[in-house]
Each structure stands twice: as C-alpha cells, then as structure tokens.
Design a protein around this ligand. Structure first.
Ligand SMILES: *[C@@H]1O[C@H](CO)[C@@H](O)[C@H](O)[C@H]1NC(C)=O
Ligand SMILES: *[C@@H]1O[C@H](CO)[C@@H](O)[C@H](O)[C@H]1NC(C)=O
Length: 113
C-alpha cells in the first residue's frame, strides 16, 4: 500500500512540464545568441513562447518576446534587442495562449554590452 502510493506520487510529478531552459553563453546586447533547452517530449507542450525578463524587476520586467518555438527543436537563435540594458536576466517558457502560465524559468544570467 505504502509503495503503491509512493509510485502514484512519482508518476504525478512526471505529468508536469519538464522543460529545462539553459543559460545562454555570453549574451550581448544587439547580438545573436543561442538559447537551448531540454524537455521530455511525452509530457511537455509541443510549443511555448520564450520571454526575456529583467531579473531585478520580476514578475513584470518583460524585456523581449522571442515568440513561439517548437519544444522538440531543443534550441533557437535569437537576437538580443538593442533596447535591452546591461544587467541580470532570466528566460521564461510560457504557455503561448495563456502567458501567465509558466512552464519553466532559467537560472539568472548576465547580458553585457
Ligand atoms: C495553455 O493555455 C490554454 C488556455 O488556457 C490551455 O487550454 C492549454 O491546455 C494550455 N496548454 C498547456 C500545455 O498547459
Ligand atoms: C542550441 O540551439 C541552436 C539553435 O537552434 C543549435 O544550433 C545548437 O546546436 C543547440 N546546441 C545544443 C548544445 O543543443
């Protein structure tokens, strides 16, 4: 009985989205950078919208909307808009039709000029 309920618990936690957003390597304002993620195709949404947020102004500091991406591609190349200031940021994967629904947030990273 005990083991059975533990298994049910483990399975339940697998049904949540498991996208893991990686930190981009040396992102620079105005330049192209690769954004990569890993996912579990069985339980993750087929696509999501990728946001860049100011880490010191969460949850409202939307700095860029990189648009909708296919989860299965595992990565995309974006250009950091020139309107973005040097500072600390996070990437966020959100539901494209309901952007308050967050699938994943990356660790904090620096964008330089
Ligand atoms: C995204 O949001 C829509 C609208 O609320 C909802 O119907 C859909 O199930 C959500 N998708 C996922 C993968 O959570
Ligand atoms: C990251 O994403 C880019 C753009 O899609 C791709 O070219 C690159 O191979 C990916 N890198 C890794 C480590 O998956």
């Amino acid at each position: 009985m005990f083991l059975k309920s533990l298994t049910a618990l483990a399975l339940a936690s697998f049904s949540a989205a498991r996208i893991i957003l990686q930190v981009p390597t040396n992102p620079v304002v105005g330049a192209e950078t690769d954004i990569n993620w890993s996912s579990d195709s069985a339980s993750d949404p087929q696509s999501f919208t990728l946001f860049l947020l100011d880490a010191n102004n969460l949850p409202f500091g939307l700095s860029a909307n990189f648009g909708e991406v296919e989860t299965s591609t595992g990565g995309t190349t974006v250009t950091i808009p020139s309107t973005v200031h040097e500072g600390q940021y996070v990437l966020r994967a959100v539901n494209s039709t309901s952007v308050d629904f967050v699938f994943a947030t990356s660790p904090q990273f620096d964008i330089t000029t």
